[in-house]
Design a protein around this ligand. Structure first.
Ligand code: AMP
Length: 420
């Protein structure tokens, strides 16, 4: 073992478990690709100001959790704690929104960094697959994104998740509510930190997990009672479209989420088998974000699903994904000449698209056959000097144990026939 360990709050994805992570990413991406979303990739770090302005000066993410550093050139950068602001930055910078084809629909997949207190399901490095639909206000777009996330989770076999839905209002009605909520909160018995939060971001107080705070919140004004007619009608349409698609959701008036940019539709996917870190994904509408980072008005909606927690959700439900064995054929040469010849066959098979591996390092037969079995291959190709002298290779079925000689020139065809 080396003297180095993965940094606190991080872990490595290693085979064979890493295959599940790849499969989860793929399962989330598939419905997006199938619905007009194009792939986007942005740097792992951005100018720190992008997040300060985009995610919000008062959020935990910006005040406590960002990895901020200064480059040798004097730039202040942050490892990305989320990717919505970077994606919007990239769309604005490349003028995609001016190409006359709104909404700009994109998806991404990648690492996020937050200096959080690590626990199961909460890491300092984690991975999200996300989708953003930029530049259009249409309840069908909000519904589309929720439906696609639901579809991805169902395709993975997940059942014990719930969709929480809320509307956070818009720039007309939210300020009125915010003021009413502040009035109410200022009459409560709260600690200094929470009082400060009341001044900067009172909606977040609703989200406070402490019993002592929750008890005092009974009777707090609810946003639902302050939504303007336009927001109400919009939200009703989102709800109707989801219901029509057969996607179940729960109205959750207290759902506010930890990022400042959300407006109107807000939602979270929670999984009931995960304990305290139960949110597997979340998102919503962020109609004001573009202007907050210096762009034109571009009403948008998106989500991010956590890959790590989705894998934990699979474990909680006892789901093992059906991941095909990485290797179909394993070649075992016995001796130098066989090594040369079989290596050629391996290359030929690989070029023909057959997943093939090779017993490297001059292993003896017993050891090599163990490796063949461990690889999950269905077939082994074994050849020694006598076989080569006869111009054949032994083709062994690793399930039945049955072994037959096959003419060297016919091996590739025979392998493909057997693998169907
Ligand atoms: P957020 O960007 O905070 O809305 O989070 C979206 C999703 O990312 C969450 O539902 C989680 O699945 C995942 N996530 C957020 N923070 C973490 C973390 N520290 N560790 C693991 N997953 C996380």
């Amino acid at each position: 073992m080396s003297t180095f360990k993965a940094p606190k709050g991080t872990y490595d994805l290693i085979p064979p478990q890493s295959a599940t992570y790849l499969a989860v990413r793929e399962a989330i991406a598939e419905p997006l690709r199938n619905s007009g979303y194009g792939y986007v990739e942005t740097p792992g770090f951005e100018n720190v100001e992008l997040f300060a302005r985009g995610v919000g000066e008062s959020t935990d993410i910006v005040t406590k959790e960002m990895y901020v550093f200064e480059t040798k050139g004097g730039d202040r950068l942050a490892l990305r704690p989320e990717t919505t602001a970077p994606v919007l930055r990239a769309v604005l910078e490349s003028n995609l929104h001016k190409a006359g084809n709104l909404p700009v629909k994109v998806w991404y997949s990648g690492s996020q960094y937050r200096y959080e207190r690590p626990q199961k399901g909460r890491y300092r490095h984690f991975s999200q697959v996300g989708a953003e639909a930029i530049g259009t206000e249409d309840p069908a777009l909000d519904a589309e994104l929720i439906i696609l996330a639901d579809q991805a989770y169902r395709a993975l076999g997940l059942r014990d998740f719930r969709i929480l839905l809320n509307s956070l209002g818009d720039k007309e009605c939210r300020p009125v509510y915010r003021a009413a909520l502040q009035d109410f909160l200022r009459g409560l018995d709260l600690d200094d930190d929470t009082r400060r939060r009341v001044d900067i971001n009172p909606l977040r107080v609703l989200d406070d997990k402490r019993e002592s705070v929750q008890r005092q919140l009974a009777g707090a004004p609810m946003l639902r009672d302050y939504l303007c007619e336009a927001c109400k009608a919009y939200h009703e349409q989102v709800r109707e479209l989801l219901a029509a698609a057969g996607v179940a959701f729960e109205d959750d008036e207290k759902l506010v989420r930890g990022l400042d940019y959300y407006t109107r539709t807000t939602f979270e996917f929670v999984h009931d088998g995960l304990g305290s870190q139960s949110a597997v994904g979340g998102g919503g509408r962020y109609d004001g974000l573009s202007e907050m980072i210096g762009g034109p008005a571009l009403p948008s909606v998106g989500w991010a699903l956590g890959v790590d927690r989705t894998v934990l959700a699979l474990e909680a439900e006892g789901i093992t994904l059906d991941i095909p064995a990485a290797t179909a054929v394993y070649a075992v040469p016995l001796g130098e000449e066989a090594r040369r010849v079989l290596f050629g066959t391996v290359t030929e098979l690989r070029r023909a698209g057959v997943a093939t591996d090779f017993a490297y390092g001059g292993k003896g037969l017993k050891n090599a056959m163990k490796s063949a079995n461990r690889s999950g291959a269905r077939l082994a190709l074994v050849a020694g000097e006598r076989d080569l002298a006869e111009g054949v290779v032994q083709l062994k079925d690793l399930e039945s144990g049955e072994q037959t000689p096959v003419a060297l020139a016919a091996v590739a065809d025979e392998v493909r026939r057997r693998l169907g």
